[in-house]
Ligand binder design. Structure first.
Ligand code: PGA
Length: 246
């Protein structure tokens, strides 16, 4: 049985007072067998880690170096020492706006695994690539580049988030069949790289996932949950999404 996951990516939102309120509201709910996690701006992680929570905490990004003169950056060891369990890596906003390279993504994954953190690796194609019918090979390339150097044991700490860039924050969601096709492509790629382990890897969908479309997406055989941006900033919408598994 693959783990069901709903993860909230708050991106650069909200201010401290609203963040405290939202975090408390999210922790008032029960989520049954769904692994619910929140990725707030890292500045808030410290104030929440010590609490006993129903929701796991993750960072939106990490820097690959251990420590030293890297102004503004946060290391995997720092995250681990604060009780943080997860980190996103390679979100499309970091790849495109902040020019994060494939090599950088691989180094971040290695730093996280060395510090026993779990990784949510984001992948997904831009609109032009889909229009060109190259979306499968594009995403396969992202997976291969980020993961092919890992061993069978390490792959167990990885979750994949498939997020077509044309669906992120646009209100245009991938159709369930479109998302399923890509999740199945990703699972086959992982199978090619790591064999049977691919059956145990959760692959979650992101890109305008909302209460009104989550159930149809999560009903697909290779979709194991969602990475939620905009809708994770409202506790009621977020809860409804976590409650969308059939
Ligand atoms: P969205 O963002 O749900 O607002 O489209 C998803 C993401 O970027 O993780």
């Amino acid at each position: 049985m693959r783990e069901k996951i709903v993860a909230g990516n708050w991106k650069m939102n909200p201010n401290a007072k609203d963040a405290d309120r939202l975090w408390s509201a999210i922790n008032e709910q029960n989520y049954g067998n769904v692994n619910v996690m929140v990725f707030p701006p890292s500045i808030y992680l410290r104030s929440w880690e010590a609490q006993q929570n129903k929701v796991a905490l993750g960072a939106q990004d990490v820097y690959h170096e251990k420590n030293g003169a890297f102004t503004g950056e946060i290391s995997a060891e720092m995250l681990a020492s604060m009780g943080v369990n997860y980190s996103l890596v390679g979100h499309s906003e970091r790849r495109t706006i902040l020019n994060e390279s494939d090599l950088e993504i691989r180094k971040k994954i290695d730093a996280l695994l060395q510090n026993k953190l779990k990784v949510i690796l984001c992948c997904g194609e831009p609109l032009a690539v889909r229009q060109d019918q190259k979306h499968k090979s594009f995403v396969e390339g992202q997976i291969e580049s980020a993961l092919s150097h890992l061993g069978e044991k390490e792959i167990k700490s990885i979750t994949i988030a498939y997020e077509p860039i044309w669906a992120i924050g646009t209100g245009e969601t991938a159709k369930p069949e479109q998302a399923q096709e890509m999740h199945s492509t990703i699972r086959k790629k992982i199978n090619q790289l790591f064999g049977v382990e691919s059956e145990n890897i959760s692959i979650i969908y992101g890109g305008s996932c909302k209460p009104n479309n989550a159930a149809d997406l999560f009903a697909q055989p290779d979709i194991d949950g969602g990475l939620i941006g905009g809708a994770s900033l409202n506790e009621n919408d977020f809860y409804k999404i976590t409650d969308s598994f059939s």
